[in-house]
Write a protein that binds this ligand. Structure first.
Ligand code: SAH
Length: 365
């Protein structure tokens, strides 16, 4: 099985794609190369999308020849690409170990937006979300998170455009804190894609200790908190992690969260017909959000087989939004994008074979 053995040996090489610039400088120096080459390589990988050392033409021939024996650049591979009637494009990406994730490109919202995954699957098991059905298979590393943007921007020829990133794909970003923050650093570097944290929104179910840590980050993304309910009991039923980090504590943390001038926290609220979408729910929500500088983003459920809830009729959604607005809240209703290709919120799931190609080849299924 020569291929299997080569594959594993390849993965032992250090991955430059998962390093921030400082780490890349260290790694090069450690292998006896001048540190300044890191900037060149970083720019090839992240800004120009070149991962073949041979094509990094401003490096000396000798260095280009050395690098492949010392390093690799792990890059998610596009295995499938589907475009919705509304232009939303869903990418199925395969990672080095054969695990698969989905990432979504949403055009004109009004900006261009990449919706990126932070984990393979998710441990949170929110009752209305398909990704939760997979359970958590593993965390993505920083290179795999940043790599989704690198690969999608390359595939769509958007590397030189301005775009936003939402960490709203598969997974709970604050359940994979260090890798997520490192990915934001990699994406932010001016030698790479130079994405400002102002253009990034991190959506979380509210993992409390991580939320408190986020409040101290130098590179702070916009924050969206998935609320979905107005009482502890109701939230516990929909978002199981509420047993550990309750609604009240999350709202307290939100109240204390340091916000830059004019920025606000977004509260996401999925509307489930007859469950959390009554006028009483809306009034309670107004009360809960009281003094928090925030806006509410209502998400009418995207239905899917295996999800035991229904999407409310537009009239119910509008009535809910109106009560919030009358109560003084800023409210928007999220337009569902890419539903026809199962690319909308809560519809990302990778089914079937999640074994690595090496395992497949070796018959270890
Ligand atoms: N783990 C993060 C990111 C999840 S995806 C979080 O919980 O915030 C972004 C949003 O889509 C979340 O608010 C999530 O609760 C919501 N969502 C999940 N399933 C959905 C569905 N079927 N329909 C509509 N929104 C859904």
């Amino acid at each position: 099985m020569p291929n299997v053995r080569n594959g594993l040996a390849g993965r032992d090489l250090l991955d430059l794609g998962a390093m921030d610039l400082a780490e890349m400088e260290e790694a090069l120096q450690h292998r006896g190369h001048p540190r300044f080459h890191a900037r060149q390589i970083y720019s090839w990988i992240h800004s120009k999308g070149v991962t073949d050392f041979e094509r990094m033409t401003d490096l000396s021939r000798a260095l280009r020849a050395d690098l492949p024996g010392q390093f690799r650049i792990s890059t998610p591979k596009v295995v499938q690409r589907e475009t919705s009637t509304d232009g939303t494009t869903k990418f199925l990406l395969e990672l080095e170990d054969g695990r698969r994730i989905e990432s979504v490109f949403i055009p004109d919202t009004p900006a261009q937006t990449f919706c990126v995954s932070t984990q393979v699957g998710c441990a949170m098991k929110c009752g209305f979300c398909l990704t939760g059905k997979m359970g958590l298979l593993r965390n993505l590393d920083a290179g795999e998170i940043a790599g989704q943007v690198r690969v999608l921007a390359g595939a769509l020829d958007l590397r030189d455009s301005r775009f936003n990133i939402v960490l709203m794909g598969m997974g709970e970003p604050l359940h994979n804190y260090d890798n997520t923050m490192k990915a934001l650093r990699i994406l932010n570097d001016t030698h790479g894609l130079a994405v400002s944290p102002k253009r990034v929104t991190l959506s979380t179910v509210g993992v409390l200790p991580a939320l408190e840590r986020l409040a101290t980050e130098p590179l702070m993304p916009n924050l969206a908190i998935s609320l979905h309910a107005t009482t502890e009991d109701q939230r516990e039923a929909l978002v199981p992690v509420n047993r550990k980090y309750g609604l009240k504590e999350i709202l307290d943390a939100a109240r204390k969260f340091p916000l830059k001038r004019r920025s606000r926290i977004t509260f996401e609220y999925v509307l489930l017909n007859g469950v959390n979408d009554t006028p009483e729910d809306a009034k309670r929500l107004v009360g809960l959000l009281g003094k928090i500088r925030c806006k509410v983003n209502l998400i009418p459920l995207n239905e899917a087989a295996g999800i035991a809830f229904e999407r409310p009729a537009d009239a119910r959604v509008n009535r809910f939004a109106e009560i919030l607005a009358k109560g003084g809240a800023t409210v928007s209703v999220r337009k569902s994008r890419g539903r026809d290709i199962r690319a909308a919120c809560g519809q990302l799931i990778v089914e079937g074979n999640q074994k690595s190609p090496a395992q497949r080849a070796a018959g270890l299924l």
